[in-house]
Design a binder for this molecule. Structure first.
Ligand SMILES: *Cc1c(COP(=O)(O)O)cnc(C)c1O
Length: 849
């Protein structure tokens, strides 16, 4: 043996195209096909081999290929165009700047455990991460001063390989950050930034990295540095890996480390968005900061709450992180001291009264002025799910709102459709994705042109899938005939269904397999061939999820399904793009109501792929008879068995009677009605279910308000926070006095009531020491259903006079609507600085009257 040192010699980028370097580090490339083309054109094969990673590509490409590119006038013309587009994007005026000029320098921090920007940055597992990535991209587009905070995982999420027996193998690869679009974050003096985070008995240090997404930056923390011991270096090894200890440690690095990191960077966000409970410890660190400078804890709570937004993402109970007493004690007891509370005082910050432990979702809810689910239905399910935390108030009024998810349209749209839109829509469409009017022009596209384009994309997807299958079989050392067979797999003329998502059992990937006889009939009709492509990863600890993958694989290996039922491995953003752009129909079969939103169907719809889905998550808001198909009923079932049966048979009949005949009814060489559906799908779904609409909604409803609240609460040494805190304390201490003494409904029982009649009430209430200006006395009226009121409205009553000590007389009324309605009267606390009616979830209701 002899010693040698390894050095890497990288190609030099010619001056003429030197800005490629900057471009490779700005994820802007991920939604600009011309920018991607700049890399691909240099060497297509290499570009594909490196999974479209531009940083690695520029390190590994041949000097000769670069030299050839600068000699090619066509290449240089494209280069100049892309760079001009890029510069103009970075400098252009934005919606946010025009609308909120005074808030231009008030940043919004967005904390998330995963971000999905592009396949070259494998720090996402699925929908949550992709949504976070799409959120940031839209924030850049509209000019929102958002700053992302997350973790950089050395091994990312796993790569999925399917072995010869059809089992998923999870492979973890060490990422080389020097070959990814991430850079070390530097302080003003140009030094690397290292953040200390206290974990039990030691300090764990994280290094800060940054990624550039258009105009905005995301900061990611990485514990794999020599200052840490070997175990601690593994803390940021894997996304959703490890046990409860890893999980709570990661969440401390994210929440606590993330706040420290922003401070170190000199960034002081005006609003803080907790994207899923994982990041909720940011509240604890922000409390600590305030307590450290002498603000009393109760005041600090109000100040933190004023500027916090929380989004919850799952109705599945196991999806909410909870930690028991012992874990909290072990990991966070240092914070008891720092906040000046005892153990119970700390537990109370996130106490879950049902499960008797510390719940990250409840922690986030307690510290957020604005809290939301990710579709209307999910908002409703979340209110029900957490009603027990707010048991004084009706479930409909639990202060959890909803902002329905969207997708970053340009990330998911095929290049071909983008060009088609350029030809037929107003040229400004790309900057006005959420403007419904622009999309009416879809009708101008000739049917045949859209159809031919779609068929082309389908062929492209099939090529891509065959290549992946060849690869898999080759790796699994299958016989050469078996590898050769792949060329016969999938028929470009057949009706093609796509199904790709995480393999969690509630998503019921194999619902279509429930009745094998029906399935065989569907798939062997020679006149109307049908095929389906599956993809998706199961969490490595989820055995039932992996069994589903195996079941599908097994079906795909035998007649009559061979070549018609396909499972493609390693679902990532690249696979997702090919699928949502190239299949005919997107199938989604979650067990209602377990899907919070779902976003892959939105990606499909934007590409003119028709959704066929259970009316769960986002679909009830988007579905119309003329833009897609709805499976099953919107109800719960007595057993899962019943539900699965009903939904499966409904799906079969939809396919047999409706979908397949429509698809195959050709007129003038194409399916006219199907193409109409495609156009309706684009027109009605694309603008509404975009992150452009979504981030604008977050901005208008939450970010700008939280920013203003946060500022107001902290002015004059937190005087307003103190005022709100005092108010809450005074109300809580005295609420037991409050009661409704009498309600006089003017003898309504003797009257014959008609629509529009006015119902007048006279109410006496006892408030004790509480002032009438500190409460609202209101009529709550709505339809009667199942012994409770639904679709409730409220009408405030006016205080008339003080009857005697603490007793007040109120009057008011409302106009009756048709049907069986009910009404009652309640008192709730009111302060002009409350973010929602039940910021303080107390209410005193009329007894019988
Ligand atoms: C869009 C996307 C998801 C989320 O899709 P759902 O419909 O929410 O299941 C998951 N993984 C990848 C790779 C995606 O692109």
């Amino acid at each position: 043996m002899y010693f040698f040192r390894t050095i890497t010699v990288n190609p030099t980028i010619p001056d003429r195209i030197s800005q490629l370097g900057e471009l490779s580090y700005n994820l802007w490339f991920s939604w600009n096909p011309d920018a991607l083309m700049l890399f691909q054109k240099i060497n297509k094969e290499k570009w594909q081999d490196l999974n479209h990673n531009p940083v690695k590509f520029l390190l590994e490409v041949d000097q000769g290929d670069l030299a050839r590119a600068v000699e090619d006038p066509e290449y240089l013309a494209l280069y100049d165009k892309v760079m001009a587009d890029f510069d103009s994007y970075m400098k252009s005026d934005t919606w946010y700047k025009n609308k909120y000029p005074n808030l231009a320098d008030k940043s919004v921090a967005y904390f998330s455990a995963e971000f999905g920007f592009h396949e070259s940055l494998p720090i996402y597992s699925g929908g949550l991460g992709v949504l976070a990535g799409d959120h940031c991209k839209a924030a850049s587009d509209i000019g929102l001063p958002l700053v992302g905070v997350g973790l950089l995982y050395k091994q990312g999420y796993f790569t999925q390989k399917i072995n010869r027996e059809g089992w998923q193998e999870a492979h973890y690869h060490y990422q080389n950050y020097n070959q990814m679009p991430v850079k070390p974050a530097l302080d003003q003096e140009g030094r690397e930034i290292i953040i200390p985070v206290e974990l039990p008995g030691r300090i764990v240090y994280v290094r800060l990295w940054q990624i550039q997404v258009g105009r905005i930056k995301i900061y990611l923390m990485d514990a794999d540095i020599t200052m840490n011991n070997d175990d601690d270096r593994q803390l940021t090894a894997q996304l959703y890996g490890g046990d409860k200890d890893t999980r709570i440690s990661q969440e401390m690095l994210l929440g606590i480390g993330g706040v420290k990191a922003l401070r170190q960077l000199g960034i002081n966000p005006a609003a803080w968005h907790i994207n899923e409970g994982h990041a909720a410890f940011l509240c604890i660190e922000r409390l600590r900061e305030l307590v450290e400078v002498g603000i009393p804890l109760a005041t600090a709570k109000e100040a933190v709450r004023a500027s916090t937004i929380f989004t919850t993402h799952t109705p599945v109970p196991a999806g909410h992180d909870v930690f028991d007493h012992e874990k909290v004690n072990h990991y966070l007891s240092r914070y008891y001291e720092l906040l000046g509370v005892d153990r119970n005082g700390f537990m109370a910050l996130g106490w879950d009264p049902k499960r008797n432990n510390f719940n990250m979702t409840i922690l986030a809810m307690n510290f957020a002025s604005y809290c939301n689910g990710v579709s209307k239905l999910h908002g409703e399910i979340t209110r029900k799910m957490f009603h027990y935390v707010y048991d004084n108030i009706p479930v409909e009024e639990v202060p959890v709102f909803s902002v329905t998810n969207g997708i970053h349209t340009l990330t998911w749209l095929s290049d071909e459709l983008r060009n088609l839109f350029n030809a037929y829509l107003e040229p400004t469409w790309r900057n006005n994705i959420s403007d419904q009017n622009i999309w009416q022009a879809i009708d101008k596209i000739p049917d045949k042109e859209l159809w031919d384009l779609h068929v082309g994309l389908k062929k492209k997807a099939i090529q891509f899938i065959r290549a992946s299958l060849r690869n898999q079989k080759y790796r699994n050392q299958e016989a050469s005939e078996s590898i050769g067979e792949v060329e016969e797999y999938l028929n470009p003329d057949a009706f093609t269904i796509g199904f790709a998502r995480r393999f969690a059992t509630y998503k019921r990937a194999t619902l279509l397999f429930r009745d094998q006889e029906k399935l065989a009939k569907l798939f062997t009709d020679p006149e109307h061939p049908v095929q389906i492509i599956f993809a998706g990863k199961a969490h490595p600890a989820d055995r039932p999820g992996q069994e589903l993958i195996r079941d599908i694989y097994e079906m795909s290996q035998r007649d009559p399904f061979k070549g018609k039922i396909i499972f493609i491995e390693n679902y990532d953003m690249n696979v997702a793009r090919h699928m949502v752009q190239g299949v005919d129909m997107w199938l989604n079969t979650p067990r209602w109501p377990m899907e919070a939103s779902g976003t892959s169907g939105m990606k499909a719809a934007a590409n003119g792929v028709i959704n066929c889905s259970v009316l769960d998550g986002w679909w009830p808001e988007a579905y119309k008879e003329e833009n897609g198909y709805a499976i099953g009923k919107q109800t719960g079932y007595r057993t899962e068995e019943d539900q699965d049966n009903d939904d499966a048979y409904h799906l079969y009949s939809l396919l047999e009677d409706n979908i397949i005949p429509t698809y195959y009814s050709q007129e003038a060489g194409y399916p006219k009605q199907w193409v109409q559906f495609m156009k309706n799908s684009i027109k009605t779904i694309l603008p509404e279910f975009s992150t452009e609409r979504m981030v604008k909604e977050y901005t208008e409803r939450f970010y700008t308000k939280a920013t203003q609240r946060g500022e107001k609460f902290s002015q004059n040494h937190f005087q307003v926070a103190l005022e709100v805190q005092d108010f809450k304390r005074y109300i809580k201490e005295n609420w037991h006095h409050v009661s409704i003494e009498s309600v006089d409904a003017d003898g309504i029982s003797e009257r014959d009531l008609k629509v529009g009649d006015r119902l007048e009430l006279a109410v006496d209430v006892y408030l004790g020491p509480i002032k009438p200006s500190d409460v609202v006395v209101e009529i709550v009226h709505g339809c009667e259903s199942d012994h409770s009121l639904v679709n409730v409205k409220t009408t405030s009553l006016e205080v008339q006079e003080q009857e005697s000590e603490g007793i007040y007389h109120y009057r008011g009324g409302f106009n009756l609507e048709q049907g069986s309605c009910g009404f009652t009267v309640r008192i709730r606390p009111h302060h002009y600085l409350f973010a929602s009616n039940f910021e303080l979830p107390l209410a005193s209701w009329a007894k019988n009257f």
